[in-house]
Design a binder for this molecule. Sequence first.
Ligand code: UD1
Length: 422
Amino acid sequence: MDSIIVTGNGPLNGQIPIAGAKNACLTLMPATLLSDEPLTLTNAPRLSDIKTMTELLRSLGAEVTQLQDGQVLVMSSHALNNHVADYDIVRKMRASILVLGPMLARDGHAVVSLPGGCAIGARPVDLHLKALEAMGAELELKEGYVHAKAPGGLKGGNVDFPLVSVGATENALMAATLAKGTTVLNNAAREPEIVDLADCLRRMGAQIDGDGTSTITIQGVDRLNGATHPVVTDRIELGTYMLAPAICGGELECLGGRIDLVGAFCEKLDAAGISVEETKTGLKVARKNGHVRAVDVTTEPFPGFPTDLQAQMMALMCTAQGTSVLEEKIFENRFMHAPELIRMGAKIDVHGGTATVTGVERLKGAPVMATDLRASVSLILAGLAAEGETIVSRVYHLDRGYEHVVRKLESVGARIERISGQ
Ligand code: UD1
């Protein structure tokens, strides 16, 4: 298993290009299952999760071709010959459940294993299933698989989500594009990845209104056509690299960054004393002289502070002046980075979904273990600011969500290297 060695090396300066969003791409790819014409995605990120989704789509009979070193994905589902998403692939990645809605909508049947994914809580899929049932799907759970049928096709319906779920909104949105009649999704997620999916589906001929608000209305159509669609910028990769100069000092421009993708996060950076400036090409972030102030953070569905930036924000708060309270409201058990940061000298108390962080003058390098995707990158950020060497093991988590992390950080002055097989 590979490790990453980071040595604190002072301020970071320069530019980092931000890739297309993993979470958008993982929901755009299953949209190919809705049409027998090709769907082309540009600005796709090069990540192991994308490879897993490619493997899953191919196992269903879809053709997936990677062009331009994987930044362009050409997919065609004209000859689906299998409607079973197998446990061996699905267990690697929770987003696999997103093939359920499209397959069921197009062909009236699908069998999908219940997913695994990051170890950050129970993460059920009941809301996905309830939404499909509201559109007339008949579902049965057998031996770890969801068996779904809609013999006469899905029918438009009212879906009332009791809590906001990104994945369930995406599954329902895709399924509703081919359902007969009108579907209304109430209390829908408003994340930029949902808007990106709706944009792509509209290019394919779907009729969708209200994405980006909590009520989405879909008028079903008989068929969808092919399209070409650019994947939206990854707001989590963006926020992660924005934190690098905040933690280490210096000035970094994140190319392709947009304020509207990270509004609540930027408000917290501002309160912490970090400047963010919009440029023609992205967002410029600087911690010129002053210290970082402690700020409190509560994770919420978009447009609130994203749960996927909580671990990285905690790394910043470890050396801030004062005490900050971080509340995790989306996933239980999402503080697995805290004990690792403590190994580096951080002062953190975790009680249930609340972490209290008291800033220390300096973190110290230590061997630490990555436990999930966002936790791994928070340890790298902490290592960049620590005195001495930090060895982050189990970095395979990182490959799921950050392309070329070593290359990108090295190019702005970080001392970071990847070691194989340790
Ligand atoms: C997506 C992202 C993930 C991100 C999360 C929150 C993808 C592939 N994954 O995950 O990286 O961390 O949004 O931004 O895009 N819930 C249920 N029942 C369900 C579904 C969800 O109870 O059927 C609960 C979850 O346990 C959680 C909350 O709803 O407490 C929100 O989860 P959800 O928005 O669905 O997250 P994901 O779509 O899994």
